[in-house]
Design a protein around this ligand. Structure first.
Ligand code: 5AD
Length: 321
């Protein structure tokens, strides 16, 4: 298959003709089938802590949410969830950037999960120092997810204030993760205020350059308690809309860019559309679903965007039927 160049990607992102777009979605679906088959991979998601030291401008659990009740699950609680993930084969441990999850505590948790359940362990714990990432690999972690969110350096900096004395360089961390032997996942949000079509084309090209194993793309959903919710869009028709259609276009183009990657049908997409969006994503390039195994009392506190906890409950009900 000949790969689309930047101009082609831009045309698809700007396309409005529904019949033409069906061609794109069909091509993504056929590519998914040809390269990774029809099996839908399930990954059990556990949101282990909503503490976070970072102030990402879009995120509902960032440190500027002084009003938010914070939680950190115990190892035994996480182990209970990991046991439920055995039927999926993989558990994803996600949290804010929480240094209360110490290097050794997480290492011990990984060893226990491996010993007691044998599942593949995926971590998504933010921009941790190289020594942490190395210790966790050593303890048995298999994969790490860290979205770069946007490849536009100015926009990235605006929405990711760095910690004092520690510049935020997610591409450097992604390279470190690869070097350490992790399978690496990344991705972006679609429709961030200030995100242009051109920068989104660059994002998709970066997916290919980095040879990512897993790629998550979902629509940006404004959280009213965050600064980004009141930021202006890019001017002159250059702003990428944060719609379901745009998220699906990016999903389909991502499949064409990385035919054999694992690509989830994201919760953010499901949150926008409510009912059948998981299936919609699976028919437009995705091959992974991440059922949420977080206990309900914590899940409702992990609201990185509005509607997340509620939506996941619906998703879980659907799966239980
Ligand atoms: N809307 C959509 N996605 C979001 N994320 C964080 N905040 C939002 C939001 N407001 C995504 C980011 C992050 C992932 C865990 O969730 O891409 O990497």
């Amino acid at each position: 298959m000949t790969w689309l160049n930047g101009q082609d990607i831009l045309c698809w992102l700007r396309a409005t003709n529904e019949e033409r777009l069906e061609d794109l979605f069909r091509l993504a679906d056929a590519t998914r089938r040809q390269y990774v088959g029809d099996k839908v991979h399930l990954r059990g998601l556990v949101e282990v802590s909503n503490h976070c030291v970072r102030r990402c401008a879009y995120c509902g659990v960032s440190a500027h949410r002084a009003d938010l009740v914070r939680y950190r699950m115990t190892q035994d609680e996480i182990l209970d969830c990991a046991r439920k993930a055995v039927e999926y084969g993989t558990v994803v441990l996600q949290a804010g950037e929480d240094y209360g999850l110490t290097t050794e505590w997480v290492a011990e948790l990984i060893r226990r999960i491996k010993r007691e359940t044998g599942v593949v362990v995926t971590l998504s714990l933010g921009e941790r120092p190289d020594e942490d990432l190395a210790a966790w690999k050593q303890a048995g972690a298999d994969r790490y997810l860290l979205r770069f969110e946007t490849s536009d350096p100015d926009l990235y900096e605006q929405i990711h204030p760095s910690l004092p004395g520690r510049p935020s360089d997610r591409f450097a961390i992604l390279r470190t993760l690869k070097r350490l032997g992790y399978e690496v996942g990344s991705g972006v949000m679609v429709g961030i205020p200030g995100q242009t079509f051109e920068s989104l084309v660059a994002d998709i090209e970066v997916f290919r350059e980095l040879q990512l194993d897993m790629i998550g793309v979902g629509p940006y959903i404004a959280h009213p308690a965050t600064p980004l919710a009141s930021c202006p869009p890019a001017p002159d028709g250059r702003q990428v809309p944060n719609t379901e259609l745009m998220a699906c276009k990016v999903l389909a183009l991502t499949r064409l860019a990385r035919p054999d990657a694992n690509i989830p049908s994201t919760t953010a997409l499901a949150t926008l559309r409510h009912d059948s969006a998981v299936d919609l994503g699976l028919s437009r390039g995705a091959n992974v679903v991440m059922p949420n195994l977080t206990p309900a009392r914590y899940r409702c506190l992990y609201e990185i965007y509005p509607g997340k906890g509620a939506c996941l409950q619906r998703q879980t009900q659907r799966q239980a039927q």
